[in-house]
Design a protein around this ligand. Structure first.
Ligand SMILES: Cc1ncc(COP(=O)(O)O)c(C=O)c1O
Length: 382
């Protein structure tokens, strides 16, 4: 019944798996009949510290009881404290809050345009940075638009993981290079060591902003709070969202430079509730050493996949970092395999036809990893 109402009333922009989830607990979710599923999709990397996490839930309840939002016309403690935390973690200077990865990247584009006075961007093949089409262009008041014109940036695409393909695209109009430290939607593509350093070097040489999109990789998922830390580089602008508040909508653009009054805005961006949820999530991650856990559990899963690949003619390779893992298949069967896993009680998904993606909560330990691999190996052998 509810599924029929979904089809009737919600735009069918997503092809859903045949599962109606009622509640979650730790690494598990439950359907209406009480059947339990191991959740290795984790709300697509949004469930950082587990479903129903008491610490985060209490912080949300306490803040909701006090105040949810007062708009950005007034000061509020949670977003101030959260901004200070993100500055501490990134080593950058200023934060703008919004609700999604897409909006965080929109902010980054505006910051880069303002800082450089230039309007063209370099992104990479297979990159994914969001889905907006330009609300600013629809806004009438020139005051909002003129400083950022042309509104739709011209973008040149270099080949991911090939630093030599970037230089020919740089011109005196280039404002920034935007890069994912690991490409998630493309199927967990991990660039070679040194690639981000090369991007940093080019940005320094030609006076460009380096924007690192950590929307999927950030908040501890790869074993460090930001995945760029593995490479020893510091970007000029970083964007995060997904896992920052354990599923409560929030996004942030963290930057070396600031925008000024009137140059950007968001009514509910940085509201007290989502900021309180994010503060509790970061606190929980650090206090329970979940970044270290992500690194260890991730390594353990990848090792198990490598072992399984010796017996499974379907597995081609495994790639990833921490708890961001892609199992590459020799045939385009990822969707079917993820559907079969669901029937067996494991949630995983298929960002591309030949990659099964695992993005479990950062609390996943060896027990859950073993359970995931048992189901996966049974499905693959069938
Ligand atoms: C790297 C990256 N950037 C941006 C986005 C867009 O984020 P959102 O869906 O929160 O707008 C995503 C979403 O998958 C992403 O993986």
């Amino acid at each position: 019944m509810l599924k029929q109402l979904d089809h009737k009333f919600i735009m069918s922009t997503y092809k859903r798996y045949d599962l109606l989830i009622e509640r979650g607990e730790g690494c598990y979710v439950f359907d209406q009949s009480g059947k339990k599923y191991l959740d290795f999709v984790g709300g697509i990397a949004t469930c950082s510290v587990g479903h129903g996490n008491t610490f985060v839930t209490e912080a949300i309840s306490a803040q909701a009881g006090k105040m949810i939002s007062v708009s950005n016309l007034y000061y509020s403690e949670p977003p101030i404290r959260l901004a200070a935390e993100l500055v501490r973690l990134s080593g950058l200077n200023k934060v703008f809050f919004c609700h999604s990865g897409t909006e965080a990247n929109e902010t980054a584009v505006k910051v880069a345009k303002k800082v450089t006075g230039k309007s063209e961007f370099i992104a990479f093949t297979q990159a994914f940075h969001g889905r907006t089409t330009g609300s600013l262009a629809l806004t009438w008041n020139e005051r909002y638009k003129t400083p950022f014109a042309p509104l739709t940036p011209k973008v040149h695409f270099a080949r991911y993981n090939e630093a030599s393909s970037i230089r020919p695209l740089i011109s005196d109009k280039t404002a920034a290079i935007i890069v994912e430290p690991i490409q998630g939607e493309a199927g967990i593509i991990v660039p070679d060591k040194g690639f981000l350093k090369e991007v940093r070097k080019l940005c320094d040489t030609y006076g460009l902003c380096m924007i690192v999109d950590e929307v999927q990789t950030g908040v501890g998922r790869t074993g460090r709070f930001f995945a760029y830390e593995h490479e020893g580089v510091t970007p000029d602008i970083v964007t995060i969202a997904k896992g920052l508040a354990n599923g409560v909508p929030i996004g942030a653009c963290i930057s070396r430079h600031s925008l000024d009054v009137g140059e950007h805005g968001s009514t509910l961006g940085g509201n007290s509730l989502s900021a309180a949820a994010a503060l509790a999530t970061i606190d929980y991650i650090e206090r329970h050493q979940l970044m270290e856990n992500a690194e260890h559990t991730g390594r353990y899963i990848m090792e198990k996949v490598r072992n399984l690949s010796k017996d499974s003619p379907l597995i081609d390779a495994v790639r990833g970092k921490g708890l961001m893992i892609g199992i590459v298949l020799k045939r385009p069967l990822a969707l079917r395999i993820s559907e079969d896993c669901l029937k067996m009680g494991l949630l995983c998904n298929a960002p591309t036809a030949d990659v099964i993606r695992l993005l479990p909560p950062l609390i996943a330990r060896r027990e859950e990893a073993d359970e995931c691999m048992d189901i996966l190996s049974e499905v693959l052998s069938a």
